[in-house]
Structures are given as structure tokens and as C-alpha cells.
Design a protein around this ligand. Structure first.
Ligand code: URA
Length: 441
């Protein structure tokens, strides 16, 4: 089939048949579809959308572009979590070992940075030697022995998502429900999980900025997941500010280590309460889905215990080590790469932090070198932002609001000007957004 005819058909708003979708995805694999044709097709889908039948066919086609891993020989309930993407969202780094510590097997195929949002794989690769491309045998051995593994798409497993994901990242085609559904669920079906909790982010730093859009995405994801027999629920969580106190790869690993090691943030000028709350909530949902607890309250209690007694921290170290990561980076997080220039953004006036333009903040981290502008870019793990004040915090003139870790040649005045446009201070305190917004069963 001619790829340009399939592009034109979608461009003109017609429904594609399963055969046409299959042949396009297959063409991506065997070189009959060029990357520029894939870009045009993705943009046509972005504007024209896809019907539920097309979305299901896209997911199935992407899944069938590679192997589907069978984990039935590994004992225990297999439950994973996937986020639709946000800023400072390092939940997976803490949640995978935590859920494993609570008794689940967590087969997690994650993603790289996408648009303005960070990616779990990029964060983990801040750890020297960490390998996200494991062979199937290694992946299964680590799951069996440790209980969790975090891997990426490869030439063998969902190669179609590997390719489309990288193209979407740099072509303005991220915020599109059928493309998100195909991308997430092809990975989740391939990795071998039985249950899935979707963390659908909603707010000004999410791909779905309104509750209506976020609910539509959650429903589309659940519809396709259930069709395949996967036990799936979605939790809508707030993304109107970066999650936790950091955004940027190494800084987010440091924050995750701190939460795993001490159960809280140790520095008095920083807070990761929201990160902890979302992680515990999602863990409780995963345990409930895996049938290990009767209800959310019991799940939360177990998650709290396993965080506090150091089991999750131990499993994280084992997973990092098993995936080739340098334990020194974990045990002495100051050895993680950090950019050399520290730039401070201080409050220009008295008031309350009333708005954070979270997508813009994610884009700023990307501009600083923490993400990709074109797919061949290498990222700088050491750049990022520390948020000393979050929504609702009171500030006096001169109070430290953000510390930026920037490259040596970064322009501090431009960076401060950019931050001052993205963080608003008002005279009155605005009500804080609810952290756990909704659950879609
Ligand atoms: N996560 C993914 O894996 N894919 C998307 O499209 C969005 C979030």
C-alpha cells in the first residue's frame, strides 16, 4: 500500500482500515515508510483524530511490531503504573521498588522525555552505566529475583513506539489521545503486565490541561486496555505545578533517592510531600488491583510501612545494580552529574506563589539542555531546577524561589527573566488544586 495515500486519507478525515494502519506501521519497520512520512501521518492524526476502532487497531499494530513478553512463569501478581506525562514526575523511580517491596511484580516499560515532559528512562540514565535495554532473559531474571525492572522499547519490543515516540517528541504531535493510547498500551501489553494503574496528569503542565480532556484520555485508555483483558484503572492527578521539588534528570534521581532512603525530604527549604502522597496513593491502587490488599486504606498502610522500613530503598539499589548502574551514584548522590552554574531566582515582591506555568517550566528545562529539540540530541543530565517555593507559599522580597543548575555558558539574566514570567506572585493566597483529582474505574 502506498504510504502517501494513507496519509492523504487521514488528512482528509476518513477512517483508516485495520489493514491500512497495519501496513503503515509495518512500513515503518521495513523502511517502506520514511520518517518524514511518519511525521506527516502523525500530524494528520493529531488534527483528524481516530475512531475507537482505529485507536484499538493502532495499539495492536504497534504491539505486533515486536515481541510480546510472557511472564506467566514468574509467580505473583504483575501490576504496573504508567503516567501520561508531566514535569518533575519521578514517581516511577520510587513506586516500582515500593510496589515490589509490598509483594507485587512490577514489569515497567517506560519512556524518554516527550515534548515538555521528562522521561523515566532519561532520568535513570543519569546514573552511570544504567541500562534500559535489557535482553528478555535479563528482564525476566531481574523481575523474578528482585521484583521490578524498568526498561525501554527496543528493536525487538515495540520498535514502532520507539520510532513514533522519538518523532512525536520533536514534531508537535504529542498531545493527541489516540497516539497516547497506542504508545502507552502497546508498551504495557508487550511488557507482560496483568494489571495497570494509569496516572493521568491534568493541569497546565499536562498534555491534557482540562478535567474533561483528561477524563476522555482515561476513558480511551481504559476502553482499549479492557478489550485486551488487562485489569486497568486510571487516577487523575494534579499537574498545575512540578511534582516534588525538582525538575531535571539528576536532580530528580537525587529527590527520589532521598524519599526512598528517608521517607521524606531532609532539607528544610524543600518539600516533596506531594510526590510522596501521589506515590503512596498509586501504590495502594496497584496493590488493590493485584489483589494483595482489600482496600485502599490497607494498601496505603502497607506502602507506608515498606517505605519506612527501608525495603523499597534496598530493592531500588538491587534494581540499579542489576541493570548495570553505578551504586556509588546512589549511595553518594552528590556524585551524580550536576551542571556547574547555580543561578538563583528570588522573589521580587511580597505575596503568595499563585501560578506556575508548568509546561513552560518543562520547556525551560528542555532549553537548558535537559531534553531534546531534535531526536539526535544528547541530553545533559546535570541541568535542572530546584523549587524552594511551590503553589500557595508566602514569599518576601529576596526569598529564594528557584535554584537553576545551568551549563557554564548559560545566560543568568535570561534564565531569571524566563522564570519570573513563569512563576506568578499575587497579593492573596489562591486555593490549592486538589492533588488526587478523580478515579476512573
Ligand atoms: N507516555 C507514553 O508512553 N506515551 C505517550 O504518548 C505519553 C506518555
Amino acid at each position: 500500500m502506498n504510504p502517501s495515500e494513507i496519509i492523504q486519507k487521514k488528512r482528509d478525515g476518513h477512517e483508516l482500515s485495520t489493514h491500512e494502519i497495519d501496513s503503515f506501521i509495518h512500513g515503518l519497520q521495513n523502511g517502506n515508510v520514511a520518517d518524514y512520512q511518519a511525521s506527516a501521518w502523525l500530524m494528520a492524526i493529531y488534527f483528524q483524530g481516530m475512531s475507537p476502532a482505529e485507536t484499538a487497531a493502532l495499539t495492536e499494530s504497534m504491539l505486533n511490531s515486536g515481541k510480546r513478553i510472557d511472564l506467566s512463569d514468574i509467580p505473583g501478581p504483575k501490576v504496573d503504573k504508567h503516567s501520561t506525562g508531566g514535569v518533575g514526575d519521578k514517581v516511577s523511580l520510587i513506586l516500582a521498588p515500593l510496589a515490589a517491596a509490598c509483594g507485587l511484580v512490577v514489569p515497567m516499560m517506560a519512556g524518554r522525555g516527550l515534548g515538555h515532559s521528562g522521561g523515566t528512562l532519561d532520568k535513570l540514565e543519569a546514573i552511570s552505566g544504567f541500562r534500559v535495554n535489557l535482553s528478555e532473559a535479563e528482564y525476566k531474571r531481574i523481575l523474578k529475583e528482585i521484583g521490578c525492572a524498568i526498561i525501554g522499547q527496543s528493536k525487538d519490543i515495540v520498535p514502532a513506539d520507539k520510532k513514533l515516540y522519538a518523532i512525536r517528541d520533536v514534531t508537535g504531535t504529542v498531545e493527541c489521545i489516540p497516539l497516547i493510547v497506542g504508545s502507552i498500551l502497546s508498551k504495557k501489553l508487550a511488557e507482560g503486565t496483568e494489571g495497570l494503574i494509569l496516572d493521568v496528569k491534568v493541569g497546565n503542565g499536562a498534555f491534557m490541561q482540562t478535567k474533561t480532556q483528561a477524563r476522555q484520555l482515561a476513558q480511551a485508555l481504559i476502553r482499549v486496555a479492557r478489550k485486551t483483558g488487562m485489569n486497568c484503572r486510571a487516577v487523575l492527578t494534579d499537574m498545575n505545578q512540578p511534582l516534588g521539588y525538582s525538575a531535571g534528570n539528576s536532580l530528580e534521581v537525587i529527590e527520589s533517592i532521598e524519599l526512598l532512603q528517608y521517607g521524606k525530604c531532609k532539607r528544610p527549604d524543600l518539600s516533596c510531600t506531594d510526590l510522596k502522597e501521589v506515590t503512596l496513593h498509586l501504590c495502594a491502587r496497584m496493590l488493590e488491583t493485584g489483589g494483595l490488599v482489600k482496600n485502599l486504606t490497607e494498601g496505603r498502610k502497607r506502602a507506608q510501612e515498606k517505605l519506612a522500613d527501608g525495603t523499597a530503598w534496598k530493592i531500588f539499589q538491587e534494581m540499579v545494580s542489576a541493570q548495570g548502574g553505578d551504586l556509588k551514584n546512589i549511595l553518594e548522590p552528590e556524585t551524580l552529574p550536576l551542571a556547574p552554574q547555580k543561578i538563583e531566582f528570588r522573589a521580587p515582591k511580597r505575596g503568595f506563589i499563585s501560578k506556575m506555568e508548568t509546561t513552560g517550566i518543562g520547556q525551560l528545562v528542555l532549553e537548558m539542555g535537559g531534553g531534546r529539540k531534535k531526536s539526535s540530541d544528547t541530553i545533559d543530565h546535570g541541568v535542572g531546577l530546584l523549587f524552594h517555593k511551590k503553589l500557595g507559599a508566602s514569599v518576601r522580597p529576596g526569598d529564594l524561589v528557584v535554584t537553576a543548575y545551568a551549563k557554564e555558558d548559560a545566560n543568568s539574566e535570561e534564565l531569571i527573566a524566563s522564570l519570573s514570567q513563569k512563576i506568578s506572585i499575587s497579593q492573596t493566597r489562591k486555593p490549592l488544586p486538589k492533588l488526587i483529582v478523580d478515579t476512573i474505574e
